[in-house]
Design a protein around this ligand. Structure first.
Ligand SMILES: O=c1ccn([C@@H]2O[C@H](COP(=O)(O)OP(=O)(O)O[C@H]3O[C@H](CO)[C@@H](O)[C@H](O)[C@H]3O)[C@@H](O)[C@H]2O)c(=O)[nH]1
Length: 440
């Protein structure tokens, strides 16, 4: 969540706002390079105390699996004194937060406003995190996947047969813990801000406003300006070997590590698709390198047609390369926006609850993407993946053309700098209005 918070900070700084950014010490080096306004955005590193059960040095959600997020939240809670000291000395006008549910208690004493800034989609908050819902350790899966009363969609939801395969859904303790934490923040904050827009999530934003009886402000996609840097030569040269719109790019963000069997199944799926492919995934569980995880004989069979990379790649620049024609994504909210403003066909394989909800939004409501069906055992099969890729890459396919045309319409709106600027300008105006309104 740090990256989208920094994107917002950059947009605010562009409009002259001074930002103090509190973050775990270890994340500083990675984030520093994304700070486009070092004179206005200042970092305040926090020391994350150790909590038993967390691996040494774990500081962010990308350092640990979903099952340890509860412990990570306990570590966050232990930073409260550090945060309070910094806020007391800075006395900011507003604090943006999400998991720090105790922020409103601090800001109230300081006469500062607190905004819950959600960097996940509004449909997930509307479905799970509303006050009419009680999620406890006793909540059954059947109850959990029932939409709350008045929920504005019949299609953007979790399907019964997929529940065992969505990480985090079938852990009642974690579910109850997260629910209590997030709904407390949403209830106690002065206003809710969403990284979304009326055009795609208006109904969910209105539903949240009504559920919490408070202002819900929309920032729009808050996409960073195209970086001044060029795509490194090694990527550019390799991608230039292929025809325009022919390469499949796949990445699952910062939190997904696959089981080796699933990883290999996907690799064979890319092989079967017949398309050139660039895959950026962390090595699967139990493997320290990508090489040792690849299926037997894979490298020899694929040769120059595929590149499987085990580390971080410059996703936004890769998506802009003319050779890329398809993005196989987990539908993390950042990637969702990046796919929407790209020219690629979109194929989705969600893993976490908000990714599943985002996938339904993209597939069922916006009709701009297709989803790869899981098998009954929860696996994404090689044939299902290759079929999905072939479907969207085939110029003759009716479904492929239909999602492409719907996507182009949205892309034309969302990729306009003017449109994006208007969204953030209007957000800043709304915020100013709140700050200037007596008693607001
Ligand atoms: O090799 C890579 C992989 C990712 N990215 C970038 O990293 C960001 C990833 O963000 P996102 O797509 O949101 O994925 P996650 O990091 O997995 O996101 C977490 O946080 C999101 C909310 O911000 C949630 O929607 C997801 O479920 C949760 O996994 C994007 O900007 C990508 O461009 C790269 O630059 N290179």
């Amino acid at each position: 969540h740090l990256i989208p918070y920094l994107h917002l900070s950059n947009k605010l700084a562009e409009r002259g706002v001074k930002v103090s950014f509190l973050l775990p010490k270890g994340a500083l080096t990675k984030l520093q390079q994304l700070n486009h306004h070092p004179k206005l955005i200042h970092f305040f590193p926090l020391v994350i105390p150790h909590v038993d059960g967390l691996p040494p040095g774990a500081e962010t959600a990308s350092d640990v699996p979903f099952s340890l997020h509860q412990l990570l939240a306990s570590a966050l809670d232990k930073t409260r004194d550090q945060v309070e000291t910094i806020l007391t000395s800075l006395k900011p006008d507003i604090v943006f937060f999400d998991f720090g549910r105790w922020i409103p208690e601090i800001t109230r004493q300081l006469g500062t406003k607190s905004f819950y800034y959600s960097v996940i989609n509004a449909c997930t908050l509307s479905f799970f995190r509303v006050p009419v819902r009680r999620i406890t350790v006793e909540t059954t899966m059947e109850e959990l996947i029932q939409p709350p009363p008045g929920y504005p969609s019949t299609t953007v939801k979790i399907k019964h047969n997929e529940t065992p395969h969505i990480a985090g859904l079938n852990d009642p303790r974690l579910g109850a813990f997260l629910h209590e934490r997030l709904t407390t923040g949403l209830r106690e904050c002065d206003a809710i801000a969403l990284r979304s827009c009326q055009e795609i999530e208006g109904a969910y934003s209105d539903y949240l406003a009504q559920q919490y009886s408070k202002l819900v402000l929309l920032t729009g996609p808050v996409l960073p300006e195209t970086p001044a840097t060029q795509l490194e030569e090694k990527w550019d040269e390799w991608l230039n070997k292929f025809e325009s719109g022919s390469v499949v790019y796949c990445a699952f963000g910062s939190q997904i590590t696959l089981q080796k069997e699933q990883f290999q199944e996907l690799m064979v799926g890319f092989e079967l698709s017949g398309c050139p492919f660039l895959v950026a995934l962390t090595p699967p569980h139990g493997c320290s390198t990508i090489e040792e995880a690849l299926p037997e004989g894979f490298k020899e069979r694929i040769g120059e047609r595929g590149w499987v990379n085990g580390g971080w790649v410059p996703q936004t620049l890769i998506l802009k390369h003319p050779s890329i024609g398809c993005f196989v994504s987990h539908c993390g909210f950042g990637s969702m926006w990046e796919s929407l403003v790209s020219d690629c066909q979109i194929v989705l394989i969600p893993f976490l609850p908000d990714q599943v909800m985002g996938t339904r939004l993209m597939v069922e409501e916006l009709k701009v993407a297709i989803e790869v069906e899981r098998g009954e055992d929860g696996m994404i099969g090689k044939k299902a993946l290759s079929k999905a890729i072939q479907l969207v890459m085939d110029n003759e396919s009716e479904l492929g053309n239909s999602v492409k045309n719907n996507h182009i319409k949205l892309k034309n709106i969302f990729s306009s700098k003017d449109w994006q600027d208007k969204k953030i300008d209007s957000f800043v105006q709304d915020v100013q209005f709140i700050l200037e309104s007596p008693g607001a």
